[in-house]
Design a protein. Structure first.
Length: 139
């Protein structure tokens, strides 16, 4: 895993904060290190983030999150467990036809791989058509 370095020239310090600008509001925003390096953001080391100044007429907004708020909580773990349970739950309800069964009132006309063509059972079949219907699926 590569460590991100400070964006200041000739500084080899490890990045700890990310600086971005909101030009419309004449604001510089300095916050915690972003998850991903962005092209219009600047990663800064501790020293350069502390010494940051803005041009005249600009405002600096320093976002310092509570370190305890960044740690996983019991709510996070419970939400993760619920998401895993939901993903493992069958996608059909008991009593309904399984995904491989043909729904009531339908007839399977053709199959190609995992795809199938269904038609309503009350539509009369064309006796003149003794060939398999042409199926055009994009693979």
């Amino acid at each position: 895993m590569s460590r991100r370095r400070c964006s200041k020239p000739s500084c080899n310090g490890q990045a700890v904060a990310t600086l971005t600008y909101v030009y419309a509001d004449s604001t510089a925003v300095l916050g915690p290190l972003a998850t991903y390096a962005e092209p219009h953001c600047y990663d800064l080391c501790h020293m350069h983030s502390e010494r940051l100044t803005a041009p005249r007429g600009w405002e600096i907004v320093r976002i310092t999150p509570d370190p305890d708020a960044l740690k996983p909580s019991s709510d996070d773990l419970e939400a993760l467990a619920n998401a895993v349970r939901e993903a493992a739950r069958p996608r059909y309800s008991p009593g309904s036809p399984l995904p491989t069964e043909v729904p009531a009132g339908s007839v399977e006309v053709a199959r190609r791989g995992h795809l199938r063509m269904l038609t309503s059972a009350d539509v009369p079949a064309d006796p003149a058509a003794d060939h398999e219907p042409y199926l055009d699926f994009d693979d």
